[in-house]
Design a protein around this ligand. Structure first.
Ligand code: AHR
Length: 503
């Protein structure tokens, strides 16, 4: 007999908030084979006339990614954006000190904007506040967004881009608290430069939305004092604070690995508190919201990356091959983002292709979906609407890092327009299926559209070029409406579940 029974109550009127679709964003950095060999490979048989891989574009489009961060990451802190515009034959090759590679600048701002259009997405552009500052940032913005009649906007036009790109979302640097960052700063130094840059960018284009760097992770010594100091200095001129977090399972403790999203919950809640504290201190009207613009599992490639030759173009860096349990952690992290949809307005799965990514490619060869592709796709496709307060009752366990970890992690999204409620649920139990009961209270005449399940007897199962479909979801989940109008299902052990209900 199982003791693992869990239940959830949702009500149409008990709402967390609207999902901003930008929480299903992703990230392309000039790093490893994300750009060269990932989105761009002119010699590939499936490259289009601009050199973009159409097989990769198809996989990206199927995810319906609303926003893609670019060009870094650590890379941006040493990047001269001018190197990436204008005639390709004149673009310089430069050393990238962040990843110890050679950057050929075959792709830059304008090509990336073309790719975004083809992929049906928007850019989230980052400016270099490491080796550079407000002047270069405002020049870049003038080049990208100003219509014409100024040096930088006319230069863009001379490069063949008559229309301004109208880039709305901008990151003020990247992980400026990290000593690994070129030009890293103290919170005070960063808060001052972020504020001055933000002011000048707003004066250049008042329509922009600006993201200030929060801590690189909760493990930074300066967390969360960093956020308080930065916001104190820049509150008036920024709109979002960034969060970054990666998880790993180096010791093979799966129960503890699956519990890591509890840390993400508390990270999000802490940063919301800091934002609200600053608002109160400033007697401000403006709420600062959250941009969780780097999140994922990242650890599989750490050892192999130490062996790479430095100073090559597009080496296979950060090429984590994701297994089934990684997909469950990604599922839990997506649920964490949704549970605070009221304040997390943007988020980027880092990254999109080849580099800690849901999509993998071979140079000159195939492109395929990693295990983490599917939960990300399900959330992006079915997780739009209003998040409902998830009242969850679940048995719990203790792990190495956390106590009271619920076996059931779940959230529900109501899409009123489509008349659908979607439940995303992870059964963290590694041995037992979970009898699950859902009480939909105010929703009448419900019927189950489908119950998608991603499960695997082997937690370490992966997809590869040779075996791209070893871990895929199936639609054979058994969720069904009971006579009493509730929904019951058995959630397989260690599984990701998507229960779509017509309401
Ligand atoms: O996404 C990989 C790297 O992780 C990014 O460049 C950096 O911002 C973070 O440390």
């Amino acid at each position: 007999m199982t003791t693992n029974k869990a239940s959830m109550i949702i009500d149409k009127d008990f709402q967390v908030g609207e999902v901003d679709k930008r929480i299903y964003g992703s990230f392309i950095e000039h790093l490893g084979r994300a750009v060269y060999g990932g989105i761009y490979e002119p010699d590939h048989p499936q490259a289009d006339d601009q050199g973009f891989r159409t097989d990769v574009l198809e996989l990206v489009k199927a995810l319906d990614v609303p926003i893609v961060r670019y060009p870094g990451g650590n890379f941006v802190s040493g990047y001269n954006w001018e190197d990436g515009v204008g005639p390709k034959e004149l673009r310089p090759r430069k050393l990238d000190l962040a990843w110890r590679t050679v950057e050929p600048n075959w792709v830059g701002l304008n090509e990336f904007m073309d790719w975004c259009k083809k992929a049906g997405t928007e850019p989230m552009m980052a400016v270099n506040l490491g080796t550079r500052g407000p002047d270069e940032a405002r020049n870049l913005l003038e080049y990208a967004n100003h219509t014409s009649g100024s040096y930088w906007s006319d230069l863009r036009i001379s490069h063949g881009y008559k229309e301004p790109h109208k880039i709305k979302t901008w990151c003020l640097g990247n992980e400026m608290d990290g000593p690994w960052q070129m030009g890293s700063k103290t919170a005070y130094e960063y808060g001052r430069i972020a504020n001055e840059t933000a002011k000048m960018m707003r004066w250049t284009d008042p329509t922009v939305e600006l993201v200030a760097c929060g801590s690189s992770s909760i493990h930074m010594k300066t967390y969360p004092e960093w956020e308080a100091t930065v916001l104190d200095l820049a509150y008036e001129n920024v709109d979002y604070l960034s969060l970054h977090q990666y998880y790993g399972n180096p010791k093979g403790d799966t129960a503890n690995f699956l519990a890591q999203s509890l840390g993400m919950d508390s990270f999000i809640n802490t940063i919301i508190s800091v934002c609200d504290y600053t608002q109160a201190k400033k007697r401000g009207k403006k709420k600062i919201n959250l941009s969780f613009d780097e999140w994922n599992v990242w650890f599989h490639s750490h050892e192999q990356d130490k062996k790479l030759e430095p100073w090559t173009i597009a080496p296979p860096q950060l090429e984590d091959i994701y297994n089934h349990e990684d997909a469950l952690v990604v599922g839990c992290m997506l649920i964490s983002l949704l549970k605070r949809a009221d304040r997390v307005k943007m988020a980027c799965l880092a990254q999109l292709v080849n580099v800690i990514a849901p999509i993998m490619t071979e140079n000159g060869g195939a492109a395929w979906k990693q295990t983490i592709y599917y939960p990300y796709m399900h959330a992006s496709l079915y997780g739009r609407g209003t998040v409902l307060v998830p009242l969850v009752k679940s048995p719990k366990y203790d792990s190495a890092d956390f106590t009271d970890v619920p076996y059931l992690e779940a959230v529900a999204v109501h899409n009123e327009e489509l008349g659908e409620v979607t439940i995303f649920a992870v059964n963290r139990h590694l041995e037992e299926p979970m009898p699950f009961e859902l009480d939909l209270r105010s929703f009448a005449n419900c019927s189950v559209i489908e119950h998608i399940v991603q499960e695997n007897d082997d937690l370490k199962a992966v997809n590869t070029a040779a075996e791209p479909n070893r871990v895929t979801p199936h639609k054979g989940g058994n969720a069904a409406v009971t006579d009493g109008g509730k929904i019951e299902a058995s959630l397989p052990k260690a599984s990701w579940n998507v229960i779509r209900v017509k309401v």
